[in-house]
Write a protein that binds this ligand. Structure first.
Ligand code: AMP
Ligand code: ZN
Ligand code: FE
Ligand code: FE
Length: 278
């Protein structure tokens, strides 16, 4: 019997993805994925819609989110799985995060304006369509207005860490993010560790109480997969994986391009259940 596949890291229009939650699930169904998780940045607002589509199309939908935290001034993402999307403290925390994202987008636009790059906050806000606003939305406007060739160019010229229009978000410690996730009944997983370029961060994150680590990711090569599998084993962490697809309006739609076996999901769910009853 051949084993099915899952994709546990996906974005929708509720943050910086280009597909609606329903479209995300439709694509997943088309690819034959058995389980997905919608992991929008700082938002669980798309989960209900995704679940409804999942019920209709026979795709399991795990409630998820991708929280931003700071460790040594670096942006570290923490994935939340199996959270209760109606949990009020979680929702108000994420709302605060999103408000802060708006303030930061306004600061970014101000910096750009001071450099003579004439775009407006309203243009950026319109791109976000009510979802969690992020730098990709600013990048879209910069491309549309002819200031940059591509989103990647926009990050390289203005938006990336260390570039002239960079603005940091908020400073939530990873341990706080983990606590919020646990309070909402979920598990916390270190997102895409290879992207931080510094594995020295990982023991600290493990000490902060994360339950798992994302081993499979579109930007992880075979060496990364090996390294983080070992790290998981040595530290008693669960393993997760997904494509981090943002839809075809934002780069390539890479959903399903990272092979994550159903058994990875089953072990993650089992770990969550064990944690609940502990
Ligand atoms: P933010 O959440 O506002 O800090 O923006 C981070 C998001 O921007 C990431 O989740 C990616 O989706 C996207 N991103 C980061 N670097 C780049 C890049 N060089 N080109 C295009 N998109 C990027
Ligand atoms: Zn993103
Ligand atoms: Fe991320
Ligand atoms: Fe992501």
């Amino acid at each position: 019997m051949s084993e099915g596949f899952v994709d546990l890291h996906l974005h929708s229009t509720r943050s910086d993805g280009s597909s609606t939650p329903t479209e995300v699930v439709e694509r997943a169904a088309g690819l034959g994925l058995e389980v997905i998780s919608l992991t929008d940045h700082d938002s669980v607002e798309g989960v209900e819609e995704a679940r409804a589509a999942g019920d209709r199309l026979g795709v399991g939908v795990v409630a998820g989110a991708e929280l931003s935290a700071h460790l040594d001034k670096r942006d570290v993402h923490i994935l939340a799985y199996f959270i209760d999307p109606t949990h009020e403290p979680l929702k108000s925390c994420l709302q605060m995060y999103r408000d802060e994202r708006q303030n930061r987008a306004a600061r970014i636009v101000k910096k750009l304006n001071q450099m003579g790059v004439r775009i407006t906050f309203e243009q950026v806000l319109a791109k976000a369509e009510g979802g969690a606003i992020g730098r990709p939305h600013v990048a879209d406007v910069l491309v549309e207005e002819g200031f940059c060739f591509s989103p990647n160019d926009a990050f390289g010229k203005y938006l990336a860490y260390g570039k002239p229009a960079y603005e940091s978000k908020y400073v939530m410690e990873p341990a706080e993010a983990v606590e919020v996730i646990h309070d909402a009944g979920g598990i916390a997983v270190i997102a895409h560790p290879a992207l931080y370029g510094d594995d020295e961060l990982l023991p600290q994150l493990a000490a902060d109480g994360v339950d798992g680590i994302e081993v499979f990711h579109i930007k992880h090569n075979a060496g990364s997969v090996d390294r983080y599998s070992n790290f998981a084993r040595e530290n008693g962490l669960l393993i997760s994986g997904g494509s981090d697809c943002h839809g075809d309006g934002r780069g390539d739609a890479v959903m399903g391009k990272v092979a994550v076996a159903r058994s990875v999901y089953d072990a993650l769910e089992e770990g969550w259940r064990a944690r609940l009853s502990a």
